[in-house]
Design a protein around this ligand. Structure first.
Ligand code: GLA
Length: 382
């Protein structure tokens, strides 16, 4: 439970720093559909969830800053004017990146201490990274009264990811984590960075996550490579982003790109169209149609965009065999992490059992099943 997580973080902070902190909860996210469309200025459909990062933060009078990652039992002391990215894959980059990017935006910070802990598994495609970045920027904004808007804060989190973590991510994760609304998913236009909330109530169906427990690492150049391909094709087409292209536009340059890259761009154009259709399906409560779009999304991610893996493909294939699972696909950047499944409520137990057994047989390891609540975005906890 998140309240226990918050208590734990608070207690550790008080024991260590002997003062009362400001407490922040910053959620992870799911994404119903619209994958790898965000950095193409397209549409996505994420929602903040009731799992994420709890952080405790307060000013420090010791002359330096201290950050403690409770999950990793790891502490770092640092000075505000000497920040540089550290080794790729280190948790410190999330904190250092946000602090540095706040300072780059000409806001003055004082020394501070922060303790944090999460209840989403890292590398599961549920955006523990964005949750952490947002908790730091939100906490510092409050602590030093920086006057940053939520829009400014998510851009700082995103820059931290680009310049310190090394992933050229889009804006979906930071946006969903910051702007989440209870019981709602956000149909976000990543060009205007504005969203429409859709109340999600699938009645006798629900969303179920299955974690392959294969940890993806987005800083793996694969993610950044995909983004470069999209940008190259956009400039060939003379447009700002693939969001502006149609399949016909793409066909006109088929001779100028490799077949692999052609299929990647085609995927983005189609996925963006699927996301718009999904919004309509949700509005009219047409779950069969939503489910079909979700399956198509996976097919594209796997065979065209090539960001899936055997474990994810296997979980989706198992879902397809069960007619009470209306849709299933990999979620997030890919190469591991979770699938998201649209399933009849009365089938969840049975499917979880079936799929867990089959997965274990096939890969000799366990998958994990989660249910999440759609929840509010990054906030102060009193
Ligand atoms: C990661 C990135 C997002 C987005 C997804 C894929 O989660 O952080 O910006 O690109 O992958 O949809």
């Amino acid at each position: 439970m998140s309240s226990e997580l918050i208590q734990l973080v608070k207690q550790s902070f008080v024991e260590r720093f002997k003062t009362d902190p400001i407490l922040i909860f910053s959620p992870g996210r799911i994404n119903i559909i619209g994958e790898h469309t965000d950095y193409n200025d397209g549409y996505v459909f994420p929602a903040a969830i009731n799992k994420g990062i709890a952080a405790a933060i307060q000013k420090s009078d010791s002359g330096t800053c201290t950050a403690i990652a409770l999950d990793l039992n790891s502490t770092v002391e640092f000075e505000l004017d000497k920040l540089k990215p550290v080794k790729e894959g280190s948790w410190e980059n999330f904190v250092f990146g946000v602090v540095a990017e706040i300072q780059n935006s000409n806001k003055a910070l004082g020394n501070f201490n922060i303790v944090f802990k999460g209840n989403i598994p890292g590398g599961a495609g549920m955006s523990s990274s964005a949750a952490l970045e947002n908790s730091v920027v939100f906490g510092l904004n409050e602590l030093f009264q920086l006057g940053l808007t939520k829009q400014e804060m998510i851009l700082i989190s995103q820059k931290a990811e680009h310049n310190y973590v090394g992933v050229n991510c889009g804006i979906m994760d930071q946006y969903a984590s910051m702007f989440g609304i209870e019981n709602s998913a956000l149909h976000l236009d990543c060009r205007t960075v504005e969203s429409q909330p859709y109340e999600i109530n699938f009645e006798d169906h629900e969303l179920m996550l299955i974690n392959t427990n294969v940890k993806h690492s987005l800083s793996d150049s694969a993610y950044n490579d995909r983004r470069s391909v999209c940008e190259d094709i956009s400039s060939l087409l003379g447009i700002k982003a693939l969001r502006d292209a149609t399949e016909t536009d793409l066909k006109a340059i088929v001779d100028k790109v490799t077949p692999e890259n052609y299929h990647k761009a085609l995927f983005v154009i189609q996925e963006n169209a699927r996301t718009i259709k999904a919004a309509k399906a949700i509005k009219s409560n047409n779950l069969d149609s939503l489910g079909a779009l979700i399956y198509e999304s996976h097919m594209g991610l796997s065979t065209q965009y090539k960001v899936s893996c055997d474990e994810l493909d296997f979980l989706v294939a198992q879902a397809k065999k069960n007619e009470l699972v209306l849709g299933a696909r990999m979620m997030g950047g890919g190469f591991g992490g979770c699938t998201i499944n649209l399933i009849a409520k009365n089938e969840t137990k049975n499917f979880a059992k079936e799929v867990s057994k089959a997965y274990k047989n096939k890969f000799g390891k366990d998958c994990s099943v989660y249910f999440v609540k759609l929840s509010q975005g990054t906030h102060i906890v009193n």
